[in-house]
Design a protein around this ligand. Structure first.
Ligand SMILES: O=C(O)CCC(=O)C(=O)O
Length: 255
């Protein structure tokens, strides 16, 4: 099964490298987004709502969706997605999939996504990592499309968020407000944003009356070595410290 994914342009790659995020309009055609959306709705109905972590208060998740569903699997493993990730992460030879996820932000049920970095949790020895966030239905800005602190990927590890109330990045690092905040983005189904794992990002609550639905896939440098840092996803997989993530859970995409 092949999913039509368009190539990342030179301008988009340059924008990402400078700003730490980029918008990719019409990454997949709207009819493909519609098919993905229909499948997503089913999986999200089945998701467990029992855990109430600080993340659960911001959005619901159905993790590893690409392993469960062939269409999401084909998208995450599509050569164009791999090529795009390699170009945006400048200097990497190939990427591996770290995780795929379906996200839902329900109006009324979920709050804002506090500003955070993704990388501080990760057991990789280098930070070349990004997430493609694909809108499965139209996501006008007031439904909770992501916002990014421009250039924040240049400031290294800023610490973990979602460990306790009040540990969002703006509270920990008020100087971040001196950086420009990306504009509110109105996304159409099939549009995506991409952010670096060091880019500080968040999203407002969903102010519309229908759920915000998106699919994410996170790619990282295929040459990254496992550090052994405790992490729920990797604990117990038998990964070797100081060796690459050679495991079926982290499929490798070479351009
Ligand atoms: O969708 C959201 O509100 C947050 C998603 C996010 O932080 C991520 O994909 O890294």
């Amino acid at each position: 099964m092949e999913i039509p994914v368009r190539q990342v342009t030179d301008d988009e790659a340059a924008f990402f490298i400078e700003h730490g995020w980029v918008r990719l309009g019409r990454l997949v055609p709207p009819d493909v987004a519609a098919e993905l959306r229909e499948r997503a709705a089913g999986y999200l109905r089945e998701r467990s709502k029992s855990r109430r972590t600080l993340v659960d208060e911001a959005f619901g998740q159905s993790r590893d969706i690409a392993a469960a569903d062939e269409l999401f699997g084909a998208l995450a493993l599509s050569p164009a997605m791999g090529q795009g990730a390699v170009r945006l992460l400048r200097g990497v030879r190939a990427v591996r999939v770290q995780v795929t996820n379906l996200l839902v932000k329900e109006a009324g049920e979920h709050g804002a996504t506090e500003f955070h970095q993704d990388f501080p949790w990760m057991p990789m020895d280098r930070s070349a990592m990004l997430t493609v966030w694909l809108a499965l239905a139209d996501v006008p800005a007031d439904m909770g499309s992501l916002r990014f602190y421009d250039g924040s990927h240049r400031y290294g590890l800023l610490g973990r968020s979602f460990t306790r109330p009040g540990d969002d990045q703006l509270t920990q690092h008020p100087w971040l407000k001196e950086l420009e905040l990306s504009p509110p983005l109105d996304l159409r189904a099939g549009d995506a944003t991409v952010h670096h794992a060091l880019t500080v990002h968040g999203a407002p609550a969903n102010r519309r009356d229908r759920p915000r639905l998106s699919f994410t896939v996170t790619y990282f440098d295929a040459d990254a070595l496992y550090t052994g840092l405790p992490y729920q996803q990797t604990d117990g997989l038998g990964l070797q410290i100081n060796r690459p993530f050679e495991h079926e859970r982290f499929p490798c995409l070479r351009p």
